[in-house]
Design a protein around this ligand. Structure first.
Ligand code: NAD
Length: 251
């Protein structure tokens, strides 16, 4: 069965960079029209929209703000007339500090973007996808949604929250034609990991040490999993927590 998303519309949040960018390209490669969402309009985004051509639009949106998310969905429908798939991927790592030193501001911001953002996106995406009678949502958590990570309490809590939220929404949508799954990436070579390693030799070696497979993953390796979970080839897959992590959580 060859997956095609011809005449379908996909929305990708956090599309200006890393995993989101690769997934926007992967959806387009399969024939989908793509709404690429980010709170940043950088050069990479301009290049991406040029590369995707007339079948893509950029939407500026902060996924933690209700009005922005409502407008994000409305702009997608205004441009393409429908919504079939969403990859709710926008996320931040937050500041690194142990639980007792984590500031309230850092907690609120990290939970606000990562967890509230995913909930808000689904809240406004689901009614539109329901109009098609069929569709799929993939949320982006992390291996930090499955195990603890010292020094990142808000990030870990937000990602565990996404896993539970995804399972719940999957149950709610199970008989309505929308499948809802969550991808848990391991260490993936993106600007986020560059910030966490500080691009130092020690930082890179430390993060490589988490990966039994002996290297960082590529954004395209997450995009492949997301596109598969949206495709008809995954028609019996919902509420699934998929680690794409080079063996990280097998340890
Ligand atoms: P990245 O920093 O390269 O890209 C994240 C994108 O999200 C950026 O373009 C950023 O502008 C956007 N964004 C952040 N907050 C936003 C907001 N409030 N509204 C709209 N856009 C916003 O990072 P990435 O590595 O590609 O991360 C993508 C997702 O994957 C994140 O949810 C991250 O937690 C998750 N993840 C990444 C890794 C990794 O190793 N890179 C591992 C596990 C999970």
């Amino acid at each position: 069965m060859e997956t095609t998303f011809k005449n379908k519309v996909a929305l990708v949040t956090g599309g200006a960079s890393g995993i989101g960018r690769a997934t926007a390209l992967a959806f387009a490669k399969k024939g989908a029209k793509v709404a690429v969402v980010d709170w940043k309009e950088n050069d990479e985004m301009v290049d991406l929209i040029k590369e995707l051509g007339s079948e893509a639009i950029f939407i500026k949106c902060n996924v933690s703000k209700t009005d922005d998310v409502k407008a994000m969905v409305a702009q997608t429908i205004a441009a393409f007339g429908r919504l079939d798939y969403a990859f709710n991927n926008a996320g931040i790592e937050g500041a690194s500090a142990p639980t007792q030193d984590c500031s309230e501001e850092n907690w609120d911001k990290t939970i606000g973007v990562n967890l509230k953002g995913v909930w808000l996106c689904m809240k406004y995406e689901i009614p539109e996808i329901l109009k098609q009678g069929k569709g799929a949502i993939v949320n982006c958590a992390s291996v930090a949604g499955l195990v603890g990570f010292a020094g990142l309490p808000a990030y870990v809590a937000s990602k565990h929250g996404i896993v539970g939220l995804t399972k719940t929404t999957a149950l709610e949508c199970a008989t309505q034609g929308i499948r809802v799954n969550v991808v848990c990436p391991g260490v993936i070579q993106t600007p986020m990991i560059d910030r966490l390693t500080g691009k130092t030799k020690e930082g890179i070696e430390r993060f490589k040490g988490f990966e039994p497979i002996g290297r960082f993953g590529l954004p395209e390796e997450i995009a492949n999993a997301v596109v598969w979970m949206c495709s008809d080839e995954a028609s019996f897959v919902t509420g699934h927590v998929m680690a794409v992590d080079g063996g990280f959580t097998a340890q």
